[in-house]
Design a protein around this ligand. Sequence first.
Ligand SMILES: CC(C)(COP(=O)(O)OP(=O)(O)OC[C@H]1O[C@@H](n2cnc3c(N)ncnc32)[C@H](O)[C@@H]1OP(=O)(O)O)[C@@H](O)C(=O)NCCC(=O)NCCS
Length: 217
Amino acid sequence: MAMYYFIEPMIEADIPQVQEIEAQSFSTPWSANTYRRELRNTSSCRYLVARVSATPPPRQNNGQRLRRNGLLSTLLAPFLPQEATPSEYALVGYGGVWLTVDDAHITTIAVDPRHRGRGVGELLLNGLIDAAFELQARMLTLEVRVSNLVAQRLYLKYGFQPGGTRPRYYTDNGEDALIMWTEAIAAPEYQDRLSTLRRRALSRLQAQANTAVTTHP
Ligand SMILES: CC(C)(COP(=O)(O)OP(=O)(O)OC[C@H]1O[C@@H](n2cnc3c(N)ncnc32)[C@H](O)[C@@H]1OP(=O)(O)O)[C@@H](O)C(=O)NCCC(=O)NCCS
C-alpha cells in the first residue's frame, strides 16, 4: 500500500488517537484536559498531527495544505483555524511547540511505532519549526532524556546542540534531561541548512510513496 504522509493542525477530536500513540511512546502521558488546554492556548501553542493516506489526499480549497512535488504538506503553509470535524485519515504522529518569552519550546513529539523510521518525525519537526517562525520565536529549545539517542540524532540533524542538563528531570526513573538549542532560526546559516534538509526530507517521502505504489499497485 502506498503511504502518503502529511501534517495538519491538531484538533480536539484528535486527542484520543494522540493519547494512544503517547501511551506507546512515553511513560508519563498527559491527560486529555492538558491537551485541550494546550490546543485552546492559540496565542503561544501550536500542535500538529501527522496522518497517512493510501492515495494522495485531496487538495483542500482553503489552502491549508500545499501540494509539493506530488505530496501534500503543510510545511510552509500558514497555520489556519482548527477544523471541527475528525479527519478520515489515520493519525500516525503528533508534536507541539510552546512559546516562552521569545523561544519556542518543543513540548512533545512522537510517532506511532509502526510508522517510525519513514520520515514522519522529521516531517513533524519541520512543521514545528514553521510554527515557531509563525510565533516569531528566536530559537527552538527542548529537553530530551539523556538515554534517548534516536530523538537526539533527529534534533542534531536539525541543528539542535546540547546546552546543559537538568538533573533528575524525569520523575518516573530520575533520569537527567539533556537541554538542546538551535541557533537563531532566522539566521541565514540556519535557513540554508533547513532548506537543504527539507528538500531531502520531501524527496525521501516522495520516493517512499512512489516505491510503495509500484510494489503494491
Ligand atoms: C523520535 C521519533 C519522534 C522519531 O520519529 P521517526 O519518524 O521514527 O524519525 P524519522 O524517520 O523522521 O527519522 C528522522 C531522523 O531521526 C533519527 N532516527 C530515527 N530513527 C532512528 C534510529 N532507529 N536510530 C538512530 N537515529 C534514528 C535520524 O537522525 C533520522 O534521520 P536519518 O534518517 O537521516 O538518519 C520517534 O522515534 C518516536 O516517536 N520516539 C518515541 C517518542 C520520543 O522519544 N520522542 C522524543 C521526546 S524528546
